[in-house]
Ligand binder design. Structure first.
Ligand code: ACK
Length: 302
């Protein structure tokens, strides 16, 4: 794989706390890639506190990446250094001072993106669902875990801006991890992201105020979270089926919202989604409130 060389890398401040020797990182394969960025699978030898070989995921830039992409990657690196929560993807290290390449090393999640996982279960039909025990309760527990991760991020005053099932990773133990704080938007090639002057934007996950005024807050993350619950309940369908992204803003402004994907059931979950899609950000619940609503729904066993 061709990798991007950063011309001014010598001006990057070195962070010895996270720097990992390049010769102890073996790139194995590409997990996903976009125009400028890629996610690789690799094995790392003797990570701090982990003797021997560990499978990891690595984020890197491809040839042709510019300063925007480099900035995104480095921003993600800086943000990941600050966070530590079971439902947020963990930073393991970085190689920033070898051959002008930058590798950000993060924990590997065996089941990949939640979106891919959900869709895989759907393709296999009911049987696969049962085999994987992907019950409604499991889906709600995913929603709960993601809300816990987001509660933590919002307490840290971090706004994700791109919360969606494609940016949640799932481990073999069924743990959901919020990921992709920076580069992710490049790894998708369909019409999920609309190209705008400032990069690509995930229109169908965006709150009204983000669409109109580029305002992003934890409350706009809550809107995206409502869309994520819809993705969970539909096992990874693309939101607003049949609606062109160009028409979405006017529709939302006129009060239109997606219907309950499981009509006549899960009313409480649907009420929660609708609350996330309140026109005014202050009318939306906080992630802390979402977590406690989900606790109640799980306890009632509905
Ligand atoms: O659904 P997937 O297999 O899971 O395809 C995407 C792809 O890379 C582009 O994002 C996978 N991916 C991203 N980060 C990780 C990670 N930390 N562990 C495992 N797979 C990952 C994701």
């Amino acid at each position: 794989t061709k990798l991007y060389c950063v011309p001014n890398l010598k001006y990057l401040p070195l962070d010895p706390k996270w720097e990992f020797p390049r010769e102890r990182l073996n790139i194995e394969k590409v997990l996903g890639e976009g125009e400028f960025g890629q996610v690789l699978q690799a094995s790392a030898i003797d990570l701090p506190g982990v003797p021997g070989r560990t499978t990891v995921a690595v984020k890197a830039l491809k040839a042709g990446a510019g300063n925007t992409e480099l900035n995104d990657l480095l921003t993600e690196y800086e943000l990941l250094k600050e966070v530590s929560h079971p439902n947020i993807i963990r930073l393991l290290g970085a190689c920033t001072c070898s051959d002008g390449q930058i590798f950000i090393i993060i924990e590997y999640a065996d089941k990949g993106s939640l979106r891919g996982y959900l869709r895989g279960c759907r393709r296999g039909g009911r049987q696969a669902l049962e085999r994987e025990r992907l019950s409604l309760k499991t889906l709600i527990s995913y929603a709960w875990q993601i809300s816990k991760g987001m509660e933590y991020l919002s307490e840290m005053k971090m706004v994700h801006r791109d919360l969606a099932a494609r940016n949640i990773l799932l481990t073999s133990k069924g743990v959901c991890k919020v990921s992709d704080f920076g580069l992710s938007r490049d790894v998708y090639e369909d019409d999920t992201y609309l190209k705008q002057s400032r990069g690509k934007v995930p229109v169908k996950w965006m709150a009204l105020e983000s669409l109109s005024d580029q305002v992003y807050t934890s409350k706009s993350d809550v809107w995206s979270y409502g869309v994520l619950i819809w993705e969970l309940l539909t096992l990874g369908l693309a939101p607003y089926p049949g609606i062109a992204i160009q028409n979405l803003y006017d529709l939302l402004l006129s009060g239109y919202r997606m219907e309950n994907p499981v009509p006549n059931s899960q009313c409480k979950l649907y009420h929660l989604m609708q609350a996330c899609w309140a026109t005014y950000p202050t009318d939306r619940p906080s992630f802390m409130q979402i977590t406690s609503t989900l606790n109640r729904i799980l306890q009632e066993g509905s």
